[in-house]
Design a protein around this ligand. Sequence first.
Ligand code: HPA
Length: 291
Amino acid sequence: METAASSTSSRCRYSYEEYKETADWLLAQTEQRPKVAIICGSGLGGLADLLGDKQVFKYEEIPHFPTSTVPGHAGQLVFGTLQGRECVCMQGRFHFYEGYDIHTVTYPVRVFSLLGVETVIVTNAAGGLNGSYNVGDVMLIKDHINMPGFAGQNPLSGHNDNRFGDRFPCMSDAYDRKLMALAKQTAEEQGCGSFLQEGVYCMLAGPSYETIAECRLLQMLGADAVGMSTVPEVVVARHCGLRVLGLSLITNKVVTDYDSPEKANHEEVLETTQRRTQDLQRLVSHLVTKI
Ligand code: HPA
């Protein structure tokens, strides 16, 4: 089977012209000019189905856009309105563990910026490291640990194109405080306050889940949740000046005890996303009206 790494859709670096051609093609296809983009995490793509006045573009029909190599993965960009506000949703993201290089994983984010998007909402499924979290909690991401970045996998490595942003962008303000406050307020209004948390997300490359020793290490490092996405997209979004809000759905509790019979598994992750998907959709759709 062709993997992302072996396909022509996974590349080490893209030129400004390629991003521009993608954006210009989309701008010519739709009259919508969304200021908000939403990247839907695993099992959370249902949000895109809620959009009104939908215009859908399959990834494979968009010039230069990476294509999904995973069978059954919805890979499409959906333009439309949520509670009357225009937005664009990525239904299906590109994960590093699928074999995409780190530049390909983040390709859509620069396209969003060239479309005129100003705010990106990123969602993901994550394992809970913080012992006080429950399965089904929603964590507002206040900061991240870029573990692949520690190992040289930073999407900004290589030549810096100043048209997107600075060579050395700040990341201490990656997650917008005002958007977080707005999300908290919206969660209270929408009856989601009782399961809203705030914490630090750590990205690992995956696809294997963490060992017990790794989970204990991440806890010592101050991470509250662990997952396999989001951070590269946030780094690129901040580089090009987009405001970011991140939401992690805690789909499982990580195992930190050698006597525990529990095992991390994808079925539990999907079950939890199904159970909470409507709450998350309500939260995000009301939030976009306030941005
Ligand atoms: N670990 C890493 N990624 C995840 C997990 C986890 O426990 N749950 C959902 N995504």
